[in-house]
Design a protein around this ligand. Structure first.
Ligand code: SIN
Length: 197
């Protein structure tokens, strides 16, 4: 079931008065930056890990046949790599709409390659949102992704684009790369699209 979070996110006032805010992207926000930003830098966050456990009823699937997209799941000690964008607060109107199916803005410490860090925001779809699908094996996730399509396109393209972007940035993610490998094995992605092999 889809779950609209726009109103909750609009009440988030932690960064009120700030002219610029860092946003950490770990899923489609890495490979599809359809918003203005002042600067972007590869970055990491700690104690969260990327998982394809969130349902997509609005972008990569439908209400009755949801796809699977990335969210973050708490895991002490984990480090997740992504892309940080320095944006102005007006951009959140667009982002809240784009991330409306279950994602909530959360304040988070964002660490940059030079060792510096900034408090910023991340969109996380936690397990209590109604669009959360939860844990499944990488094989089962690949099977669901292979058959899912939505208004933003094929679910497999989200996975492929994310895997390519992570690889280009030199970032490791066995969860993402394992799903990608299963998609290749299933014939859902041409083998030459997998730059690992
Ligand atoms: C993100 O990319 O940071 C959030 C999840 C998504 O939009 O794919």
């Amino acid at each position: 079931m889809s779950f609209n979070t726009i109103a909750i996110n609009q009440r988030m006032d932690q960064f009120d008065g700030h002219h610029r805010v860092w946003l950490f992207g770990y899923g489609s926000l890495i490979f599809k930056a359809d918003f203005p930003y002042i600067e972007r830098r590869p970055a990491t966050i700690s104690n969260w890990t990327r998982r394809f456990w969130q349902g997509s009823h609005d972008h990569r699937g439908t209400e009755t046949a949801p796809g699977r997209v990335a969210t973050l799941v708490a895991q002490p000690g984990a480090v997740t790599a992504g892309m940080a964008y320095l944006i102005t607060p007006e951009v959140f109107t667009h982002l809240d709409h784009r991330e409306k199916n279950g994602y909530l803005r959360l304040a988070i410490d964002i660490r940059f390659d030079d060792g510096s860090s900034e408090l910023g925001l991340v969109y996380i779809a936690t397990e209590d949102n109604e669009a959360f699908l939860g844990e499944a094996s990488e094989f089962d996730i690949a099977r669901q992704i292979a058959r899912s399509h939505g208004p933003s396109g094929a679910n497999r393209d989200y996975l492929i684009d994310l895997a390519h972007a992570l690889r280009e940035l030199g970032m490791e993610d066995t969860h993402v790369f394992d799903i990608e490998r299963y998609l290749v094995d299933m014939g859902a992605i041409p083998a030459d699209a997998n730059h690992d092999s």
